[in-house]
Design a protein around this ligand. Structure first.
Ligand code: MRU
Length: 342
């Protein structure tokens, strides 16, 4: 399996997703500030992966903190990591989990507290892989045999600690013997589909075809697509789903053409504190991601640009939400609450 992120003695090592597929380069983050910078610059990206990175960032930050001002340093480390990206709730989930461990073990000598936090961060990573395998198992039977699965963005190994959520469902379906292939939306402007999803599926020998985002409707109408499976960055209590920009359009087109639209995500992506998707903060990224493609300007100087990195798909377009604890269907208010309570 491709290694997205790992703890390496005194540093966090991650595959540089800004350089794929041209270069398989690994970045070594030796401080929490370097981890925060890697999340911000999308060297590591994808909701579960940035949750793991944030947990490891907290651990590395504490390991380098001054024991005499530990509480103050801890708050600063957590605040810096929390300020990197606003939409994926897994980031905050990862930090909160480390905060709970910090508080529970604050009384210990510094070395023991540090080791406890490092162990927790490693556990977050290991658990994420197991969670994704469970999501895959729960979703595999939903994937129709002999058809094409459409996905948007990258919700694979690269977006998690391993195996992936949406791509985890696809992997599990293939492992279960389903004869399927995958259509990957290129996912402008950051091209996660073209650069990452196709690369990852090729790595695993799963047949993948790249399409541009504006081709999705054409193929959804054609009868070729058996289902859509995407990941999520935050899911509100009512089942509204924030995911990569463009997901909403795919969901509407799927419903129009009677194609099931599945969201695969861990319980840590649920945010039951918000009633609906209108409360999800949407990250706005740099205009240069839209005006430039690989450093080459494709729009005139001075072009006004909007670049929301995510959109919200209303729950009525979501056929089911596949989690490690089971599959939720409408009414989501009840089904998601029941899965969380499990
Ligand atoms: O901006 P990104 O690349 O971090 O956005 C990633 C997505 O939108 C993914 O679909 C989502 O995080 C789910 S990843 C399992």
């Amino acid at each position: 399996m491709i290694e997205t992120i790992r703890w390496d003695g005194d540093a966090v090592v991650m595959i540089d997703q800004t350089r794929l597929p041209a270069e398989e380069n690994y970045v070594r983050c030796a401080s929490y500030l370097e981890v925060a910078d890697a999340i911000r610059r999308m060297i590591i990206r994808g909701a579960p992966a940035i949750g793991v990175a944030a947990a490891m960032g907290v651990a590395i930050g504490v390991a380098q903190a001054r024991p005499e001002s530990l509480d103050e340093d801890f708050e600063r480390i957590c605040a810096e990591l929390a300020a990197t990206r606003p939409t994926a709730v897994n980031l905050f989930w990862g930090i909160d989990r480390m905060k709970r461990v910090y508080r529970a073990h604050r009384h210990l000598p510094f070395g023991q507290l540090r080791d406890r936090l490092i162990a927790e961060a490693k556990l977050v990573r290991e658990e994420d892989i197991a969670i994704n395998e469970a999501i895959g198992k729960n979703g595999a039977s939903l994937v129709p045999d002999g058809k094409t699965v459409l996905t948007h963005c990258n919700a694979g190994t690269l977006a998690t600690a391993g195996y992936g959520t949406a791509l985890g469902v696809i992997r599990a379906a293939v492992e279960a013997g389903r004869k399927i292939d995958v259509f990957a939306d290129e996912t402008r402007p950051f091209l996660q589909g073209a650069r990452l999803t196709v690369w990852e599926l090729q790595h695993d020998g799963i047949a993948a075809t790249l399409i541009t985002d504006n081709m999705a409707g054409h193929f959804l109408k054609s009868g070729r697509i058996g289902c859509v499976v995407v990941g999520a960055d935050r899911i509100a209590a009512n089942g509204d789903v924030a995911n990569k920009i463009g997901t909403y359009g795919v969901a509407v087109l799927a419903k129009e053409n009677n194609v099931p639209f599945y969201v695969a995500a861990p319980i840590s992506t649920l945010d039951l504190s918000i009633p609906d998707g209108g409360h999800i903060p949407i990250e706005e990224r740099a205009a240069s991601e839209v005006t430039h493609v690989f450093g080459v300007r494709v729009a005139p100087e001075g072009t006004a640009v909007c670049n929301p990195a995510f959109d919200v798909t209303p729950n009525r377009y979501v056929t089911a939400i596949i989690t490690e604890r089971g599959v939720a269907r409408t009414p989501y208010l009840e089904s998601l609450a029941a899965l969380t309570a499990k």
